[in-house]
Write a protein that binds this ligand. Structure first.
Ligand SMILES: Cc1cc2nc3c(=O)[nH]c(=O)nc-3n(C[C@H](O)[C@H](O)[C@H](O)COP(=O)(O)OP(=O)(O)OC[C@H]3O[C@@H](n4cnc5c(N)ncnc54)[C@H](O)[C@@H]3O)c2cc1C
Length: 504
C-alpha cells in the first residue's frame, strides 16, 4: 500500500511540477541573466551564481543547457512521456572528462544529480526537477575487435549501436529486445534479452567498465582491477558511479536467426499459456520463447509466442515444431531473418513519448492460479495498448551464482510484466489505477522484481530485493559514494544515511 502511495505521489509530482520546477519553468520564459535556482542533493533549494554556472559551462566540451535555451526541452525529454521534469542544468557530455567535470560541479555545489544514457527508465530516474542532469546520450560509439571478440561501447550508446556493429562481424552479446534502449542502464541493472538463456545477462558478458566515481576519478573495473566495484556495477545499477564505457565479450551467432511471432486468437489464451509453460521447461538454452498477451488500443486482443533460435536452422525448426502443431495459430511469422531485424522489430510499438506505466515481478514456479488471474483480469481498453509479457529466463542466467554479481535473481523462470501505453495524458490516473489494481492480483505469484523496470518504493523493499547481496553493496557504497551523490536509482544507502534514517 505504502509502495503504491509513494509511486502515485512521485508520478503526480512529475506531472504537475513542484514549486521549484514551476520557478524554473517561469525562468525559462526570460533569458537567463541572473542566478539560477536549483535543488540540493538532499532536497531543498539552493541558488547557483551566474559566475559559477558560466565557469562550469566553460569547463565542458559539450553544451550546458539551461531552461529556455535551445535544445533544453528536447534534452529533458525521456522515453516515458508521463515524465515531465525540469533540471536546473543539463550537461550534454561529450566524453568522460565532461562527466567528471559535471560530477565535480554537482558535488561542490551540493546538487541533486540525475544520470541519463538511453533515457528509458520507466519511472524517469534519469531526469530530475531542479538538479543537474548529467546526460551521456551524445556519447555514442562502438568499436569491435572481431579477433578478440570484444566490443568497446561508449556510455551513452544504445543497444542498436552495439548490435549493429557486432553483427557486422556476425557477433553479438545479450542485449534487450528494443533497440533504442540504452546499453548503460540495461547492463548495469542486469540485462535480459533474446540471447540471455544462451549467453547470460548483458552484465555477465562484461569484461570491464570505466567508471567516473563521486570523488572525480575514472576507474577501470574488471576481474583484475577494482574487483569489488566490478562486482557491484553488474546488477547494482548506477549506485557507485557513472559508467563512461563498457567492454563486452562477444560471441559468434551469425547474422541470421530463426525468429518471429506466432499469433493466436485471444480465445485460445489459456491453451497457449498451459502449453507455453510446459514447453518452456523442455527447450535448450539456444531457444528463447517469450509469451505476450496484447491488446492494441481499440484492436482485438491476441496471444503471441515470440521465438528466437540462434543456431542451426534445421535443428531450430525441429525444436519449434511443437509450437506449430499444438494449436492452429492466426499467423505464423517465424522464419529465418536477420538478427538485427528481430532486435528492432518492436521499436515502433514501444516508441518514445507515449505515457507508459509498468509493473513487474519474477515468477519462479508457475502456479496455475496465476494464469487464471492473468486471463480473467486482462482488460483491453480503447485508449490504451495493454500488454502482459512473460519474458523467458533460465539457461545461462541461472548458471551464475546469485552472489557472483550484484544481480541476485538467478533462479527465476520468467519476468512477468504488465504494461500500459496511452496517448491521452488526462487519462494517466485512470490507466495507472487499472494497472496497479491488476498487478496487485498477480504480485502474490511473484518473488522479487527487476530493478530495471521498477526501482522499488521503499528502502526496505530495495534491501529485500537485493537479498543477501545488500550488505556487500552497502560496503561498496560507503567506499565509492559515501555522500550518496548517485541516488536516483534503486538506491543503496551508505551506512551514514542508513543510521541517520533509522535514528530519525
Ligand atoms: C521499451 C523498453 C524495452 C525494454 N526492454 C528490456 C529488455 O529487453 N531487457 C531488459 O533487461 N530491460 C529492458 N528494459 C528496461 C531497461 O533495462 C531499463 O529501462 C534501463 O534502465 C534502460 O537504460 P537507459 O540507459 O536507457 O536508461 P536511463 O533512463 O538513461 O537510465 C536508467 C537508470 O540507469 C542509470 N544510468 C544511466 N546511465 C548510466 C551510466 N552511464 N552510468 C551509471 N548509471 C547510469 C540512471 O541514473 C537511471 O537510474 C526496457 C525498457 C524499455 C523502456
Amino acid at each position: 500500500m505504502q509502495r503504491r502511495l509513494f509511486l502515485g505521489s512521485m508520478l503526480g509530482a512529475a506531472a504537475s511540477g513542484t514549486p521549484l520546477a514551476r520557478a524554473i519553468a517561469a525562468a525559462a520564459a526570460t533569458p537567463i541573466s541572473g542566478d539560477l535556482p536549483a535543488t540540493r542533493l538532499g532536497g531543498g533549494e539552493t541558488v547557483l551564481s551566474r559566475a559559477a554556472v558560466r565557469e562550469f559551462r566553460a569547463s565542458l566540451r559539450g553544451p550546458l543547457l539551461l531552461p529556455g535555451e535551445d535544445g533544453y526541452d528536447r534534452a529533458r525529454q525521456v522515453w516515458n512521456g508521463m515524465i515531465d521534469r525540469r533540471p536546473a542544468l543539463i550537461a550534454r557530455c561529450s566524453g568522460p572528462a565532461d562527466v567528471v567535470s559535471s560530477v565535480e560541479f554537482a558535488r561542490s555545489n551540493d546538487l541533486l544529480v540525475a544520470v541519463r544514457s538511453g533515457g528509458h527508465s520507466t519511472s524517469g530516474q534519469s531526469v530530475c526537477d531542479g538538479g543537474l542532469m548529467i546526460d551521456l546520450s551524445a556519447m555514442r560509439g562502438v568499436r569491435v575487435d572481431p579477433r578478440a571478440k570484444r566490443a568497446w561501447v561508449a556510455g551513452g550508446s544504445l543497444l542498436g549501436d552495439l548490435d549493429r556493429e557486432s553483427q557486422f562481424f556476425g557477433l553479438a552479446t545479450t542485449a534487450g529486445t528494443v533497440s533504442h534502449t540504452g546499453a548503460a542502464g540495461l547492463t548495469l541493472g542486469g540485462g535480459f534479452g533474446r540471447l540471455g538463456r544462451r549467453l547470460g545477462l548483458a552484465c555477465d558478458n562484461l569484461a570491464s567498465i570505466d567508471v567516473a566515481t563521486a570523488d572525480g576519478k575514472v576507474l577501470r573495473a574488471s576481474s583484475n582491477e577494482n574487483r569489488d566495484l566490478f562486482w557491484g556495477m553488474r546488477g547494482g545499477g548506477g549506485n557507485f558511479g557513472i559508467a563512461t564505457a563498457f567492454e563486452y565479450r562477444l560471441h559468434d551467432i551469425g547474422t541470421t536467426v530463426l525468429g518471429g511471432p506466432i499469433i493466436y486468437p485471444f480465445s485460445k489464451v489459456r491453451e497457449v499459456l498451459d502449453f507455453y509453460v510446459e514447453f518452456a521447461q523442455t527447450i535448450p538454452d539456444e531457444l528463447n520463447v517469450d509469451c505476450a498477451i496484447v491488446a492494441p488500443p481499440g484492436g482485438k486482443p491476441a496471444v503471441i509466442l515470440e521465438v528466437c533460435y540462434a543456431g542451426d536452422p534445421a535443428v531450430g525448426e525441429k525444436l519449434i515444431q511443437p509450437i506449430r502443431s499444438f494449436s492452429k495459430p492466426l499467423v505464423d511469422q517465424v522464419k529465418l531473418m536477420p538478427y538485427l531485424k528481430l532486435q528492432s522489430g518492436g521499436d515502433e510499438a514501444n516508441g518514445p513519448g507515449r505515457n507508459y506505466y509498468i509493473k513487474s515481478g519474477f515468477v519462479h514456479d508457475v502456479d496455475p492460479a496465476l494464469f487464471d488471474t492473468m486471463v480473467n483480469g486482462f482488460t483491453p481498453d480503447p485508449g490504451r495498448a495493454t500488454v502482459m509479457l512473460l519474458q523467458q529466463l533460465g539457461g545461462a542466467i541461472r548458471q551464475v551464482r546469485p552472489d557472483a554479481t550484484a544481480f541476485p535473481h538467478r533462479n527465476a523462470q520468467f519476468d512477468l510484466l504488465v504494461l500500459g501505453g496511452w496517448d491521452d495524458r488526462t487519462q494517466n490516473d485512470y490507466h495507472r489505477t487499472w494497472i496497479r489494481s491488476f498487478w496487485s492480483e498477480m504480485e502474490p505469484y511473484t518473488r522479487g522484481y527487476y530493478f530495471n523496470t521498477q526501482i522499488g518504493d521503499s528502502q526496505a523493499q530495495v534491501r529485500a530485493n537485493f537479498g543477501d547481496n545488500y550488505s556487500r553493496l552497502v560496503k561498496l557504497k560507503d567506499r565509492y559514494d559515501p555522500g550518496n551523490l548517485f541516488r536516483l536509482n534503486a538506491n543503496v544507502l551508505p551506512s551514514s544515511s542508513a543510521s541517520s534514517a533509522s535514528s530519525g
